[in-house]
Design a protein around this ligand. Structure first.
Ligand SMILES: Cc1cc2nc3c(=O)[nH]c(=O)nc-3n(C[C@H](O)[C@H](O)[C@H](O)COP(=O)(O)OP(=O)(O)OC[C@H]3O[C@@H](n4cnc5c(N)ncnc54)[C@H](O)[C@@H]3O)c2cc1C
Length: 466
């Protein structure tokens, strides 16, 4: 069975890897010159920068199996214990966020009034299962306005770069939505869940790999060998009997391009939804609910400092900034060199090949833009550095100049599971039903995390093989 996989992000690579292991013949077509989609790692001047994601949430059986089968298990790098602590900015300062359901009423992030309101949460009736409520309305209804401003809003910024007034709770945070539907209360569900330590506030374990997250797409790509074709955008898809003709260009690095066309038994579409608009497709159901999906723009700025120039202890995963903190314009900052310090708990020796910053230095990775401030994602590099440095100086008490800077931006980074997203998901299913041998995978389907995108790839491969 020959399968064309369109897009070499984690969803497409997972689908192709699984198809190959099952004995099928996948060919992955990737528009860019590199594999991995938004996942990519570079080590520059001793600092390790990630172009998109920095960590993966642990305890995901699909990713665990993928990592094992790709031979990457020995390179898995757990986040340090320090990274369990997270900061939220309040009144212009990072304040430690609650680490467990019990902390919700003892920590200093929320006012006494907000804590009393949170205690009433188990008494709030659940919403109708068919309702499409926004994340903001859901948080305000169950926990009160402060929990929205200093709890849900920064979380939404961290995961989606999104707007809580537009995101739909049931699609954007299905786990939280199910807690309400099944237990009638988030607090009750969390208290039940916290008996299982791994589940504690969903923070149990994050990880990466020794040489960064880029190792995952690289290992999958290596396993695919010449079945992965880079710089090869797909431009046209035609149905031919029960199969497909896939056509496109091969970009020859500044020397023009050549056209190609090949026949396949099936297609796994694993490129972003907006890319559908630039591919000639067969007649079929309307693509508007797919191509209209909003993607948040994001920019990533990494900065390295000498340790003694940063006054904050950086004893955590990072800090998120609520939208109500109007004087701060960044969405959040990862304390990257604290998450992966290069110091193993067993030996306490410093490993410069694993650490994200050289000895006596720190690396901070800041995200700007999102639906809150979309224009900031496309700022020229120099202006982005000035904005980020200004905010970091005041939040983390930074005195000296950065010794290292790196910047990249994504015009359409993360799909927004907004109110009405149910129509998009239904349209995807209609398309799959209308076009036999057509399967869709990607971060627009089962969630935006790496684990969710990989799961959608695995699922597409499974259905393709039926
Ligand atoms: C800045 C940022 C930070 C993030 N942080 C985290 C994090 O810490 N943890 C986490 O779990 N997740 C994080 N995410 C989310 C997660 O990384 C992504 O949702 C996921 O990696 C997307 O995978 P994908 O395969 O669906 O899509 P993509 O990675 O977008 O891959 C799609 C591929 O399709 C290709 N393509 C497009 N058009 C064509 C065409 N016509 N022909 C051929 N190929 C085409 C593209 O070039 C691209 O390579 C982050 C995302 C961003 C942007």
């Amino acid at each position: 069975m020959r399968v064309a996989v369109i897009g070499a992000g984690i969803a497409g690579l997972t689908a192709a890897f699984r198809l190959r292991l099952a004995g099928a013949e996948p060919v992955v077509f990737e528009a860019q010159a590199q594999t991995g989609g938004v996942i990519g790692t570079e080590r520059i001047e001793g600092f390790l920068v990630e172009s998109g994601p920095t960590t993966i949430q642990a305890a995901n059986p699909i990713l665990d199996a993928l990592i094992r089968d790709a031979g990457l298990e020995p390179d898995r790098l757990p986040a340090s214990k320090t990274a369990r602590k997270r900061y939220i900015v309040r009144d212009g300062k990072p304040v430690a966020a609650p680490g467990s359901p019990a902390d919700l009423v003892t920590n200093s992030l929320f006012s006494a009034r907000a804590q009393r309101r949170a205690l009433r949460e188990p008494l709030i009736p659940k919403s109708r299962p068919a309702a499409e409520e926004s994340v903001a309305d859901f948080a305000r209804r169950r926990f009160g306005p402060e929990a929205l401003d200093y709890g849900m809003d920064p979380l939404v910024a961290g995961v989606y770069g999104g707007d809580p007034k537009r995101l739909a709770i049931r699609h954007a945070f299905p786990g939280i939505w199910r807690m309400e539907q099944e237990s009638g209360s988030i607090v009750r569900a969390l208290l039940q869940g916290s008996k299982d330590k791994k589940n504690r506030m969903g923070r149990g374990g994050m990880f990466s790999f020794r040489k960064g997250l880029g190792q995952l797409p690289e290992a999958l790509s290596d396993a695919l060998g010449d079945r992965l074709r880079l710089s090869t955008p797909v431009r046209r898809l035609e149905r031919q009997g029960t199969g497909w003709i896939v056509s496109g260009d091969r970009l020859l690095g500044g020397h023009g391009q050549t056209a190609w066309s090949e026949s396949f038994d099936a297609v796994v579409y694993a490129a972003p939804l907006h890319a559908l608009a630039s591919i000639a497709l067969p007649e079929g159901p309307s693509l508007e609910p797919l191509t209209n999906v909003v993607y948040a723009p994001l920019a990533v700025t990494a900065m390295g400092f000498r340790r003694e120039h940063v006054g904050h202890p950086l004893d955590g995963f990072g800090m998120l900034v609520p939208g109500v903190e109007r004087s701060i314009r960044i969405l959040g900052t990862l304390f990257t060199s604290s998450i992966f310090s290069g110091i193993s708990s067993a030996s306490s020796t410093f490993r410069s090949d694993v650490a994200r910053a050289p000895a006596r230095h720190v690396l901070l990775t800041t995200i700007i833009g999102g639906m809150r401030n979309p224009a900031l994602a496309s700022l020229p590099e120099k202006e982005a550095y000035a904005l980020v440095l200004g905010d970091l100086r005041s939040l983390l008490n930074i005195s000296g100049e950065p010794v290292f800077r790196w910047h990249t931006s994504w015009e359409r980074a993360v799909p927004q599971y907004n109110i009405g997203y149910g129509k998009t998901l239904a349209a995807i299913e209609r398309l799959e039903a209308a076009w036999p041998g057509w399967f869709m995978a990607g971060n627009y389907r089962m969630g935006v995390s790496i684990g969710d995108a990989a799961k959608s790839g695995e699922e597409a491969a499974r259905r393709c093989l039926l």
